[in-house]
Design a protein around this ligand. Structure first.
Ligand code: SF4
Length: 214
């Protein structure tokens, strides 16, 4: 990444972290994706029960590989033999010790904005797992909730294509949102976390001055 962009990202993160602290999240700065991976894995004890939200960032940082290394009780949503079994894994995620995910957006007012297909990721960030660890590049930082929703919707076609959901936005040449009503629609649930004051520091947010994920 060029130095100017990194400089801007570092300042954005610094300002965002101040707000996240006021809202009683646990914000952590990581200088790059390797440090982010180390921070996350140092937080999770061996044998802990872990759920994950679908995330390009977890792949890019190598965090998903670590989680799948065998050291943890990983709720493996990726190797299931049926739709029902996959839903059972999602349900089990609510009892996890840690839920690790990225977020579609973080606002400069300390809100987490996410849009999901099934709602497992959006809802587990809100409640269920004892601790949540969010890893996000500075490219996810936006000003307002409206910007966050706009951002999430703008990357929905890429996410739909990544997970092979045959939505109009992922299959048509123009990649535009038609506010579809098809079964695999990836924009069924929107969640906005306003803060962490009721469960202080339940949500850790590891911020990285790089572009990570969509
Ligand atoms: S509503 Fe449908 S077409 Fe629009 S972004 Fe979501 S999945 Fe794609």
């Amino acid at each position: 990444m060029d130095n100017v962009k990194k400089w801007i990202y570092e300042r954005k993160i610094r300002d965002c972290m101040k707000v996240l602290e006021e809202k009683q999240y646990n914000p952590v700065y990581a200088k790059d994706k390797d440090e982010a991976r180390k921070i996350v894995m140092d937080m999770i004890p061996e044998g802990a029960k872990i759920a994950v939200g679908g995330s390009v960032t977890l792949n890019e940082t190598g965090i998903l590989d670590e989680i799948q290394s065998g050291k943890y009780n990983f709720i493996d949503r990726y190797h299931t033999s049926s739709f029902e079994e996959m839903l059972d894994k999602y349900r089990e995620g609510y009892t996890a010790d840690y839920m690790v995910s990225s977020t579609n957006a973080i606002t400069m007012k300390g809100q987490l904005v996410n849009i999901d297909c099934t709602g497992n990721r959006t809802s587990q960030i809100v409640f269920g797992p004892k601790k949540v660890i969010i890893v996000a590049g500075a490219n996810k930082i936006v000003e307002t909730v409206e910007d966050g929703i706009k951002r999430a919707k703008s990357v929905a076609p890429m996410n739909a294509r990544r997970i092979t959901h045959k939505t109009p936005c992922a299959t048509d040449d123009n990649c535009r949102c038609t506010d579809c009503n098809v079964h695999p629609r990836v924009c069924n649930v929107t969640s906005i976390v306003e803060g962490c004051t009721y469960f202080p520091k339940r949500i850790t947010i590891v911020l990285v001055p790089e572009d990570l994920g969509y």
